[in-house]
Design a protein around this ligand. Sequence first.
Ligand code: ATP
Ligand code: MG
Length: 407
Amino acid sequence: MSERINEVILCKYGEIILKGANRSEFEAKLLKELRRRAKRLGNFNIYYAQSTVFCEPLDEGSADMIDEMTEQAKHVFGFVGVTRAIVCEKKLETIIDMVKRHIPERIKGAKTFRACAKRADKRFPLSSPELAGEVGAAVLEATAGKIKVDLHNPDVIVQVEIRDKYAYIHAGQEKGAGGIPYGSSGRGLLLLSGGIDSPVAGFMMAKRGVQLEAIHFESFPYTSERAREKVLELAKILTDYTMRIRVHIISLTKIQELIRDNCDEDYFTLLLRRYMMALSVKLAHDIDCDAIITGESLGQVASQTMKAINVTNVMADLPVYRPLIGMDKEEIIQISRRIGAYDTSILPYEDCCTVFTPRHPRTRPELEKVIEEEKKLNFDELVEEAYATRYAVVVKQFGDNIIEEKK
Ligand code: ATP
Ligand code: MG
């Protein structure tokens, strides 16, 4: 059996949030987010000290979950770096022994390194440069020339921190999720389709502290059960970051059929999108969201030209956040892959926006003409009727979805 070493997870947060009067509120949110996640995995002591949040397993079972807990920490918005550190007593021999025995394994693959030491406890007998020198020599010895020193641009930094009680040794900080703590900006309603863009849009706003609710429109039987499952799966992927998301589902079947049977084909998509916006705004007010979020990107499709976006935007009396508006599809796909949504997003199921699509959609629609088409149906009544079809599914990172009937 391999030797058990004491380890803790060190989570470092970005500087921006340290400024100003909100600092303690942000810190409290970060601790809360980590604790909520840790609770599922074991018994961890989570506390803040010296610009770092410590996550320390308190028993063997929890220590065995340290990989999982590290993954969790990497998904908490607000942390820029996450590191697993070896904890040992503050004696030079012990530190050097630990470095020699455990660091080579942790820096495997790196060609260059730099050793670095920090002393919060100034009583430690060596200065930081002296300690760094000792650590560097130990790494060189233990790796038998396989890795070289590079002070300026090393592949990996081996660091020893001498803090109040213990020494902490770590190598290679992993990137944290960045951003600001989830929920610290307020609540927003994400229009979630089954595509590539909208989960990325949700991720980006969540990263800026927006707590997400989601709304999905379907058009059964033109859209299938599997299409809905796919959307719920995408929501589930986002819960890696958000822990849970409530997805409100509304049926547009009747509206779409009436549009198809009564309106000018060229305007089908725009008319539908105005209903979607009206329903989203209504829901946002009902569930206390301060903004609508969409995955629109300028010029991506006919309904996302400036004029077409205006046609839907005028329906909203709340701000509409479109974090992807200036991004190319390639850039969006990169983020989609990074958050693990891409493979699900490209599953080929239909969306309500892709049933009854016009052959010649208007790319420069005149609002008056759209409104004229819209008047062929009783807009308000149809919105009320569609709104009444809604129900919600609470999607959680851990555990099964919960279906909530409307209140
Ligand atoms: P995505 O934008 O998610 O990749 P898409 O490109 O197929 O899907 P678009 O037609 O570009 O979707 O729609 C633009 C935006 O409108 C989406 O990003 C999403 O925010 C919203 N939207 C589209 N269809 C739906 C739907 N069925 N339910 C909820 N929101 C939707
Ligand atoms: Mg799109």
